[in-house]
Design a protein around this ligand. Structure first.
Ligand SMILES: O=C(CO)[C@H](O)[C@H](O)COP(=O)(O)O
Length: 241
């Protein structure tokens, strides 16, 4: 079915394939971003066509609004309790299906939802697949109180790990600091490469003002990569093959 809101054929191919993983009655996590939004649109079409029930939890206010406007029932994660499956996009994914997320500033809720799910599946276009994470800036959500001290601690941690970096920037929107759905700030870490994502994740998580970083390690089980011709390739973690 044609939907004028869907213009990216690769993302749409991945999103359509992901809708086939959804079974009637499932408790489903809905991601955030342009690819996740296409999935929500395709899912809503399928639910409308086939008339089955789902329980959905969303990873952002934007996704809640979109899904609700399309007739999907969105509930609080705590009212559902646990999820069978979460489908979300990513900014980068490596061969182990470790991810960078948070380009849309939603990685805190995204990580809570993904880790409260039996399975997390990423949908993306080929441009997101990398050999090593780190070309995409790594988002780190920090609480506003003392955020500049937190930034200093983040910079020191990067120095300790010998990571090539440019100054850590606060993400802005319309000339003002961007506020996440939780009312926090985002720092973007412009690194050239992340040779040891687990080490960096541990360092960042140990800083008091850091709420959550955008490294999703060992969380995603399957990635569906869409191509412009409408075909998809599935990537599974090597240790799961
Ligand atoms: O992590 C995210 C939002 O916080 C998104 O999933 C990520 O930024 C990918 O977005 P898009 O599908 O628009 O490229």
């Amino acid at each position: 079915m044609t939907d004028p809101a869907i213009t990216d054929l690769s993302k749409d191919a991945a999103a359509r394939a992901a809708t086939l993983l959804v079974e009637p009655g499932m408790r489903l996590g809905l991601g955030t971003g342009s690819t996740a939004a296409i999935f929500v649109r395709r899912l809503a079409q399928r639910v409308q066509d086939e008339g089955f029930a789902l329980r959905c939890a969303a990873t952002s206010k934007a996704t809640t609004e979109l899904a609700t406007s399309l007739g999907l029932k969105v509930e609080e994660l705590d009212d559902i309790g646990w999820l069978d499956l979460t489908i979300d996009g990513a900014d980068e994914l490596d061969p182990d299906l470790n991810l960078i997320k948070g380009g849309g500033a939603a990685h805190l809720r995204e990580k809570i939802v993904a880790t409260a799910s039996d399975r997390m599946v990423v949908i993306a276009d080929q441009g997101k697949v990398v050999e090593q994470l780190g070309q995409f800036h790594l988002p780190v959500e920090v609480i506003p109180f003392g955020w500049q001290a937190t930034r200093t601690l983040v910079t020191r941690a990067l120095d300790r790990l010998d990571l090539t970096q440019r100054p850590v920037l606060q993400r802005m929107r319309d000339g003002k600091p961007l506020l996440t759905d939780e009312g926090n700030f985002i720092l973007d870490l412009a690194l050239e490469a992340i040779p040891d994502a687990y080490e960096l994740a541990d360092e960042l998580s140990s800083i008091a003002g850091v709420v959550e970083h955008g490294l999703f390690l060992n969380i995603c089980q399957l990635a569906i990569i869409g191509r412009p011709d409408g075909s998809v390739v599935e990537l599974r973690r090597e240790d799961m093959e």
